[in-house]
Write a protein that binds this ligand. Structure first.
Ligand code: C5P
Length: 402
């Protein structure tokens, strides 16, 4: 977290029970060398006192927009100019709504409008409130404007419910703040990433697909954009929020993914094939819904499948070609299959993961991978997909510059 040394951080705290974790966040940020000024909403002060944050930050806490003391000391404009980064943790549903509307009715919302510093939010709220369409619309609006969203995590909540809406831990938030100041190692690169499953239509209502969640591909898109790259994410059907700054193209079938890749990869310097592309599709998708045999005479049904294009192999055979990174999700003989794919598909790097383990890989938030290049084998420890994505982006950069 050396990136935080001498950085000026405004920590905004809004009214949620997770505000108690913000006390620890101040410690973490200061331990990493940052200067911290705290701004609290009225709601936040109902959960935890400004005195706590004054003691931890070493500075008076800012609470009022219109007060003689504020105008005499650091007012909202000065705070907005002073900040290298603004992080709001916890950010409540009300805070997201207020930011999305561009309100300026308290000190925090006003300084968020007045600052040129990057704005990050660590949401914390009841899982129903988080999933409500209004909150999600506000979130998307903020992300489209360049606001970085940290979390929230899934799990037990103070209200007794279980689901998404827990604020990330202080250490994770501090780490993510530090990463906002990381060197942009992929500046000037265009990275194209495929992610998620494909759906191969049988008829208008049925399809063949797989369990890919898209989480690894989206984490890679986030890590690549954080590293300064221009990122095009070509995604199969998944329920994930597009990372800030990423251009997302939604596709359904392998053929549609192939077409999108052909269209967008000519300017790419890096291609990462993270999608779980269906190898086969029904020869012909029926134009009407297929019906059961009404007499029950037919106990079996035969579908004829034909091969889909191998998207990554087609990219690896382009002239000139980008640096091509593939994934090998295997249930057995991992190393052998991965190395075989690396050679057969003419890849520059392959990331192998064992999908026979149910706690990691497909659909999980964690993974353990081994990276192969034509000359190297690099095993990465089990980690979150976000952390792995950052390591993989560094490895790709190393390979490009070695
Ligand atoms: O499916 P397979 O194990 O061969 O996938 C290995 C790599 O090839 C992955 O990176 C995957 O995204 C890519 N692939 C592809 N087009 C296919 C099949 C796989 O791009 N039709």
């Amino acid at each position: 977290m050396h990136q935080l040394q001498s950085k000026k951080i405004v920590l905004g705290i809004t009214g949620g029970i997770a505000a108690y974790k913000s006390a620890e966040l101040v410690r973490r940020l200061r331990d990493a060398g940052a200067e911290v000024r705290v701004v609290m909403s009225k709601g936040a002060q109902a959960f935890i006192t400004p005195l706590t944050f004054q003691a931890l930050s070493g500075h008076p806490v800012h609470t009022e927009l219109l007060s003689p003391e504020a105008e005499a000391g650091m007012n909202h404009i000065e705070l907005a100019r002073w900040a290298d980064l603004v992080i709001i943790a916890p950010a409540t549903a009300n805070c997201l709504s207020s930011l999305a509307q561009g309100r300026a009715d308290d000190l925090l919302s006003t300084l968020c409008l007045a600052t040129e510093a990057p704005l990050c939010i660590a949401p914390a709220m009841n899982q129903q409130m988080w999933q409500h369409a209004a909150t999600q619309d506000n979130l998307h609006c903020l992300i489209d404007r360049g606001v970085r969203c940290f979390g929230p995590a899934q799990g037990f909540q103070a209200c007794g419910e279980v689901g998404p809406g827990r604020m990330l831990e202080a250490a994770e938030i501090a780490q993510l703040c530090a990463e906002q100041f990381s060197p942009k190692i992929l500046t000037g690169h265009h990275v194209v990433i495929t992610a998620g499953p494909t759906r191969e239509a049988i008829d208008p209502v049925r399809y063949i697909s797989n369990h890919s969640s898209g989480k690894m591909g989206f984490a890679l898109a986030q890590a690549a954009v954080d590293a300064g790259a221009e990122v095009t994410l070509i995604s199969g059907p998944v329920q994930l929020v597009t990372p800030t700054g990423v251009k997302r193209i939604n596709v359904d079938s392998a053929e549609a993914m192939h077409n999108a890749v052909q269209e967008h990869t000519s300017t790419a310097s890096i291609f990462i094939g993270c999608a779980a592309v269906a190898d086969y599709r029904p020869e012909q998708a029926a134009s009407q819904k297929l019906k059961k045999d009404p007499n029950n005479a037919e106990q079996t049904m035969t579908l004829t499948l034909v091969r889909n294009p191998d998207i990554i192999a087609s990219v690896a055979s382009m002239q000139p070609k980008p640096f091509v990174v593939g994934f090998a999700a295997e249930t057995q003989a991992l190393e052998q299959h991965a190395k075989d794919k690396l050679t057969r598909k003419k890849l520059d790097m392959i990331i192998a993961n064992d999908v026979s383990q149910t706690d990691i890989g497909f659909n999980s938030d964690h993974n353990t991978v081994t990276v192969y290049t034509p000359t190297q084998r690099i095993a990465l420890d089990q980690n979150t997909k976000q952390a792995l994505a950052k390591q993989l982006i560094s490895l790709i950069h190393e390979q490009l510059t070695s």
